[in-house]
Design a protein around this ligand. Structure first.
Ligand code: ADP
Ligand code: ZN
Ligand code: ZN
Length: 735
């Protein structure tokens, strides 16, 4: 038996504080069951607070006389495994975060530091003690007890409910329930009410692998058993990557290990899930944002118990509480949605996956038709095994991609948003009763309003972004929601030549409606998909052939599989190219390549037409040849010259709050960085591209270095009065 540790290092559960340090307590004899990851109660100042055990030790450097004992053990089972604690600690160093923030990701949503534990409460069931007396109960309440009233009314309809769902519905707090319980009206007790998730099932037969697929699978299996080097599959759309993932997962399960399958939120469709449930019917857990907190908590518990060895989900699935991970698949590994952009700890799920895999001796399999420049670079350098799958299943031909120079169209007298070629091809497609997808990377009736005489652009006074024109004749800010009426004349010079400029999906819809009599249009963008379920409903409408033209923003570019689509049009490739970000070219190539993959998925041939004002740009030019490596070779030269990632490190420090305070803070941070980092290149402080958001000014400092410096920035993130400082040592977006 191991010697019993006498001291425990804990992370206290205080959310607001910037306490990023381990505190030590002694372990009293009767609590010798305490293990790493356990939740405990400790004295902290004059309070008693919850804490998590992250270290066990036989001695501590402090004076043992002054060390206080742990008061209580709060759960039978530890909340975190040793592996999770170590990955959390790695995240703290890598992303300049706080330990408490990192640990939080490993808990189901709802189980939050410093907040009431909805997750735990989840299992509480609320029941009316005497349903027949409900009207008397209601009559007895004070008219001010609105929440209590609502709880009772809800219970009147449904006398037994989960506490969490009842609270969510009625906006009541746990205290409301306690009050009603004290009156003897309701009982609140733990009960096992388990929600079964209903998962769709797909019925296609299991195919025989192609030779490319067999080779890819072989590499994964080799690494699964030995070496555990990550694998990057560079496989074109339809090369059969998903089929390879399915086989690899099956192999992993046969060897008694578990698997995480990550897909971007947007591809977490019924179609995708069905392919997994078909093979692994009742072994699959799904974690996605559409689940209620309760459903999420249940899935989490089942995963933790080991009942569901396969976890499919978006970014947060990387934290799934599996204990014997053998395989982590990251499909579409280049996707920006794997990066956490909110909050103070901005992790990248790919990096976390690689870290977890190290502890489990698991293989990470990354797949993409357009790998992130960083990933491809690492693969070429030998950090990952690179597997190419350049052919489509059944050697289906690639769609024919044409570039159209819109400058020539304009000088030739064509002022419409459709080139001659696109007009002709869409007409032919509709004539043949086939389907088309038209992409426009903007929403709203048109992008912005511009005065042709003086150049005035209507913009939001809160956010410093241009306002978007909507059909109700209003201009709206897409960040803060501000809106105003479109004025008939320019507020700056009085000219009447103030016009909508650029094009939006609504205008595109109108253009098609006017010019193509046979078109039945479905529009997919942030406006039409705001309501829950509408995204899926609109796609189904298109899939079932009730519409023949799907138009939309980048939302439609990815992961969809429509066999009857034979034409894909891109209205303007330039919108993405002109973003103020060093990854703009990479994003443009990815977008165009992905959208090109949408054509000709079925037995019929596909055509792609890309319109651009800059068709000779390498990110556009490489698309028709389906030549990722041509794009990559150009891009890496430029990254090397400017020492951008992956050939350098870039960190962004964002300071936001009231203008004056922000400037003072920014100057201070700037000075201390310059003192500390003699060899780094430091840009700024300067207003961020979005220099004002929701009324707060945003300034940034960009630090570019040859070496990773995140460990030098850990003392920066903080909330200082009204100013918030966040650090992203690996920023993916610089807005
Ligand atoms: P990717 O993930 O690379 O886009 P998928 O695995 O989704 O490719 O395969 C594309 C299509 O081809 C799917 O409809 C899939 O069912 C089918 N498919 C995949 N592998 C095979 C195979 N070996 N034989 C027949 N059909 C296959
Ligand atoms: Zn003007
Ligand atoms: Zn705004």
């Amino acid at each position: 038996m191991r010697a019993i540790a006498r001291f425990a290092g804990v992370i206290v559960d205080v959310r607001a504080s910037a306490v990023n340090k381990v505190f030590h307590y002694s372990i009293p004899q009767h609590l010798d069951k305490i293990r790493l990851g356990h939740r405990v109660l400790v004295p902290f100042g004059s309070r008693k607070i919850e804490a998590y055990v992250v270290e066990l030790a036989d001695r501590v450097e402090l004076d043992p006389q002054r060390i206080k004992p742990i008061i209580k053990l709060l759960d039978l089972e530890p909340m975190f495994t040793g592996e999770q604690l170590e990955v959390a600690s790695w995240m703290v160093g890598k992303y300049s975060g706080l330990y408490a923030q990192a640990l939080q990701f490993f808990l189901p949503t709802g189980t939050r530091f410093g907040k009431e534990r909805v997750g735990v409460k989840q299992q509480l069931a609320v029941e009316l003690v005497h349903p027949e007396l409900i009207d008397d109960y209601l009559a007895s309440l004070s008219p001010k007890a609105v929440r209590q009233m609502q709880v009772l009314l809800s219970l009147k309809n449904q006398p037994l409910q989960l506490a969490s769902e009842l609270c969510e519905k009625t906006k009541a707090s746990y205290h409301t329930l306690k009050a009603l319980q004290a009156k003897g009206y309701i009982s609140v007790e733990p009960r096992a009410i388990e929600r079964e998730l209903e998962l769709p099932v797909e019925t296609k037969p299991v195919p025989v692998l192609t030779s490319e697929q067999r080779e890819a699978l072989q590499v994964i299996i080799e690494e699964f058993h030995e070496g555990h080097t990550p694998v990057l599959i560079h496989g074109v759309t339809d090369s059969g990557k998903t089929e390879v993932y399915l086989r690899a997962i099956a192999h992993c399960l046969q060897h008694g290990r578990q698997a995480i399958m990550m897909v971007p939120e947007i591809s977490l469709t019924e179609q995708t899930i069905a392919r997994f449930t078909q093979r692994f019917s009742n072994q699959v857990a799904v974690l996605h944002s559409g689940l209620s907190e309760g459903e999420r908590y249940d899935q989490w518990q089942k995963i933790k118990k080991g009942d569901l060895p396969i976890v499919i989900g978006a970014r947060s699935a990387v934290f799934a509480p599996l204990q014997k991970i053998g395989l982590i698949v990251i499909d579409e590994e280049h996707e920006g949605t794997y990066k956490q952009t909110d909050g103070l700890l901005k992790y990248h799920a790919r990096s976390v996956a690689l870290q977890r895999a190290k502890h489990h001796e698991a293989v990470v399999v990354m797949g993409s038709a357009t790998p992130a420049v960083e990933s491809y670079h690492r693969a070429l350098r030998g950090d990952y095994r690179l597997v190419a799958m350049p052919n489509r299943v059944f050697d289906r031909p690639f769609p024919e991609v044409s570039l159209v120079d819109m400058r020539a169209e304009f000088s030739g007298g064509n002022r419409s948003m459709f080139s001659g070629l696109l007009t002709e091809e869409l007409a032919k497609t509709l004539e043949r009763q086939e389907q088309a997808i038209i992409l426009l990377n903007r929403r709203g009736y048109s992008a912005f309003v511009l005065c042709r005489e003086c150049g005035y652009v209507a913009s939001c006074s809160n956010c410093h972004v241009s306002l978007t024109y909507h059909r109700d004749n209003r201009l709206r800010c897409h960040y803060c929601g501000y809106s105003e009426m479109l004025r008939p004349s320019c507020p700056q010079c009085g000219s009447h030549y103030i016009r909508r400029f650029g094009t939006g999906t609504q205008q595109l819809e109108e253009h098609i409606r006017k010019n193509f009599a046979q078109a039945r249009i479905v529009r997919l963008d942030a406006d039409t998909t705001r309501r829950k379920g509408s995204h899926q409903r609109l796609l189904n409408q298109f899939r079932e052939g009730r519409a023949n033209v799907l138009i939309g923003t980048q939302m439609i570019a990815k992961g969809l599989d429509f066999p009857d689509v034979t034409l894909v049009g891109v209205i303007s490739a330039d919108l993405a190219l002109n973003f103020p970000d060093f990854r703009a070219a990479e994003r443009t190539y990815q977008l165009l390549a992905q959208v090109s993959g949408r054509a000709g998925r079925g037995p019929k041939l596909g055509k792609v037409i890309i319109q651009s004002y800059d068709p000779s740009h390498y990110a556009v030019r490489s698309v028709p040849k389906h030549d990722y490596t041509a794009f990559y070779r150009q891009e890496i030269v430029y990254r090397r010259q400017l020492e951008y990632p992956p050939l350098g490190y870039l960190a962004r420090i964002l300071i936001h709050g009231p203008e004056e305070a922000v400037k003072v803070q920014a100057a201070e941070i700037n000075q201390s960085l310059r003192n500390k980092l003699a060899h780094a290149r430091i840009y700024g402080p300067a207003p961020a591209p979005i220099s004002k958001l929701k009324g707060r000014h945003r300034w940034q400092i960009i630090v570019k270095t040859k070496r990773e410096i995140s460990h030098l920035l850990t003392d920066l993130p903080r909330q200082d009065g009204t100013v918030t400082v966040t650090v992203d040592p690996d920023p993916l977006f610089l807005l």
